[in-house]
Design a protein around this ligand. Structure first.
Ligand SMILES: Cc1cc2nc3c(=O)[nH]c(=O)nc-3n(C[C@H](O)[C@H](O)[C@H](O)COP(=O)(O)OP(=O)(O)OC[C@H]3O[C@@H](n4cnc5c(N)ncnc54)[C@H](O)[C@@H]3O)c2cc1C
Length: 294
């Protein structure tokens, strides 16, 4: 397993320091099964006595047998072959994103506990929607929608006030200085801290480590890369797929939205944005529209 606590070119001494440096809505690969793709190719080859498969990365070159077996198994949903590899990410996301992330069940998680950790160190940050950014509000002004721009400024102030107040009160009532009071009242300060968490809004950050086998990462990625998924979790998934493709190019090189992978939309309710060309591989109208709005 290769382990690396690096973000933006800086290597941190452990996962905690890494998460402190990560901005909200970030997922960083901190571990992966080095050489897993060779193992996957050999797992597939074992099924068919394909003795031509090699034990080195050469077998994963274009048109080589190891690459063909691996992608055949992946695309035929011979999932167990793909399960022999694994990767671990550390994430810092709002709680409402984490709740969606944790729904995909084939994973091992460890999450920062607010029973044991303190908020007073500034580690609790919170999500602010893009439509409250200066840039967005300014663009509303420029479009002659000053009335709505003013409304957005007001809403943003309230948003910040709500979150800051929740964090401040949560910090105050979970402070060690109050331990004497809770003790005197016959209450366990740890239990009090647990219940005080309910003061915090779901836009507050949480941090956790998420390990999955490669099949599970593919399944999870495809589901949440779908344009019907919430933007915030889709952005997270995109970051993860990009990092997975760097270390596992055979398996993840072309992992994308489910309609690309299945050659058509598997959802009953369509996004209405994607129309695949006759090869089933390219969503031309969507790509054109996306590029024209850059
Ligand atoms: C766009 C989008 C919108 C969503 N909206 C909602 C929503 O409004 N409300 C909501 O509650 N959820 C929602 N979800 C979550 C969704 O319903 C699934 O719970 C989530 O995507 C996990 O899917 P999964 O079960 O296939 O994945 P995993 O949990 O990773 O499981 C992978 C596969 O393993 C198998 N498996 C796992 N556990 C079992 C089991 N116990 N029994 C049998 N087979 C099993 C199944 O084949 C499953 O497909 C949404 C998901 C998406 C992508």
């Amino acid at each position: 397993m290769a382990v690396n606590f690096e973000y933006n070119g800086v290597t941190y001494k452990n996962a905690i320091e890494l998460t402190r440096a990560m901005p909200l809505l970030t997922s960083v690969m901190v571990g992966y099964y080095d050489g897993a793709e060779v193992l996957l190719a050999n797992a597939g080859a074992l099924c068919y006595d394909t003795v031509q498969v090699a034990h080195d990365p050469e077998t994963l070159q274009p048109n080589k047998i190891g690459k063909r077996i691996t992608t055949h198994c992946r695309d035929s949903h011979h999932n167990t072959v793909i399960e022999h590899g694994a990767a671990t990410f550390v994430k810092k996301v709002p709680i409402f994103v984490a709740r969606q992330d944790l729904r995909a069940r084939h994973a091992s998680f460890d999450e920062r506990s607010l029973r044991y950790c303190r908020a007073t160190d500034g580690s609790l940050t919170y999500f602010i929607p893009h439509y409250y950014s200066d840039r967005f509000i300014q663009s509303a002004d420029e479009k002659g929608l000053s009335h709505y721009a003013d409304e957005l400024r007001l809403q943003r102030d309230e948003w910040i006030e709500d979150h800051e107040r929740a964090i401040q009160r949560y910090s105050r009532y979970t402070d060690d200085e109050l331990n004497g009071m809770w003790d005197a009242l016959g209450l366990n300060p740890e239990r009090v801290r647990e219940t005080q968490r309910s003061r915090l809004p779901v836009g507050i950050n949480t941090v956790y480590m998420d390990t999955r086998n490669l099949w599970s990462w593919i399944h999870h990625s495809e589901k949440r890369l779908c344009l019907r998924a919430q933007d915030e979790i889709r952005r997270l998934r995109r970051q993860e797929v990009n990092q997975l493709a760097k270390v596992f190019p055979t398996v993840f090189g072309d992992v994308n939205m489910p309609c690309y992978m299945a050659g058509g939309c598997p959802e009953a309710k369509k996004c209405g944005l994607i129309q695949l060309d006759e090869t089933g591989k390219w969503a031309l109208p969507y790509l054109k529209r996306k590029n024209s709005t850059k």
